[in-house]
Design a protein around this ligand. Structure first.
Ligand SMILES: Nc1ncnc2c1ncn2[C@@H]1O[C@H](COP(=O)(O)OP(=O)(O)OP(=O)(O)O)[C@@H](O)[C@H]1O
Ligand SMILES: [Mg+2]
Length: 128
């Protein structure tokens, strides 16, 4: 596992929800590398505002696992979508999406079969 944590500005939000978001993404990454192993990267960055652009914080959770199966690429953020059978409820990404929306953020996903997956979440910094 590689951690790359930037110095981040304080931002308003729910610490509980951030924790839940991170744990859902990390567990998914871990599951995608189960048995074979691989590399997990968790990275944060501070995207400073320039010329009227919003100041933002980004969080990347990347793995070198199986990749997201093609058949669920368009539905994976809906509830109860899972490829893990008994072991998954399919609620993790739905919860992640809700938390990101609660904080005005955006989710970007890149995934490639057999190579891995990158989740990048970008939040606006909220000082109010
Ligand atoms: N990092 C990842 N690599 C590969 N597939 C992933 C990854 N993250 C999510 N997926 C796919 O998306 C599906 C939905 O993920 P989600 O977290 O919503 O549910 P789950 O992990 O199956 O169950 P749980 O509710 O326990 O989280 C997973 O079953 C898996 O197929
Ligand atoms: Mg999950």
């Amino acid at each position: 596992m590689e951690k790359q944590f930037a110095q981040l500005p304080p931002t308003k939000g729910s610490a509980d929800q951030f924790r839940q978001l991170l744990s859902n993404l990390v567990v998914n990454a871990q599951d995608s590398m189960a048995g074979v192993g691989g590399k997990l990267v968790v990275r944060t960055a501070h995207i400073k505002s320039s010329r009227g652009a919003y100041e933002r914080i980004s969080l990347v959770v990347a793995d070198t696992g199986s990749g997201i199966p093609k058949e669920i690429r368009t539905t994976m953020f809906e509830p109860f979508i899972s490829t893990k059978g008994e072991k998954g409820t399919g609620l993790g990404l739905w919860i992640v999406k809700g938390i990101v929306e609660n904080h005005g953020g955006r989710i970007h996903v890149r995934s490639s079969a057999g190579k891995g997956t990158i989740f990048k979440i970008v939040f606006p910094v909220s000082r109010a």
